[in-house]
Design a protein around this ligand. Sequence first.
Ligand SMILES: [Zn+2]
Length: 291
Amino acid sequence: MMIDTHIHLDADQYNPPDQVIARARAAGLSGVVAPGVGPASNGRVLALAARHLGFVHPACGFHPEAYDLTGADLEQTLAQIHDHRERLCAVGEVGLPWYGARAGAATPAARDQLAALARAAAHADLALILHAPHAAAGPALEIARSAGVRRAIFHWHKSTPAVTAAIVAAGYLISLTPEAVYRDRDQALARAVPLSSMLVETNGPAPHRGPFTGCLTEPWMVAPAIDAIALILGESSAAVRAATTANAIVAFRLRPVPQLQVPAPASVLPSRRVALNLFPTPSGVERRRGA
Ligand SMILES: [Zn+2]
């Protein structure tokens, strides 16, 4: 059981995504988190999640480097978060700009936008998926903390060891990608982050290098990433898989319903019951009570 905690399934590269999802299931994935990057993308992600209930977990976001998004788009995103809060697993992808020539000029407004989105996540008790690379990570941490965000994920994280340690100390999570298979920087990050604070994602369709050069990034790449992290830590792949999956279930409050997707033969049902017992998530009733 593995979860790809960040893949842009609504991207053109995955259109239509049904074969990607079928391959993910065949590779042992039990779900994916699909973050939106703006109102239109959020709508596509919500529609996808409705078609793949319990496997595609939707998040609504406002990407800090989508410079064509307007103030009206931010308002629409906040409305989507409010209207769909019971269906969402997170607010995201949101964050602070870092890449591109316009990042520096965009940062002051982006801080206010991120603060508004972080307050929305805190208000709805949703996780916050952060795009905050390098020197953007520290300010994003402060904004998430100030907003009272209870569960934040620093996706495709890269920053200084001090900021990484501060994120872990704040109780937030750090997400590693298939770069852990081939890139020194990410292998060092795997050593620096306790398993209890670690998630794994593909960040598809962003391409990866090393053995993945030329491959369309798909959820199956979570498996070799987990194998690499296990080797680095001297743990079994099963232990890393179990820990990172449990972290994802808790952070995103996932409530998988695989039995709605695949009619199982009677002989398979006992093991399915066991698998479902592995999800220590609050029931919908408890969530509404704010437990
Ligand atoms: Zn992303």
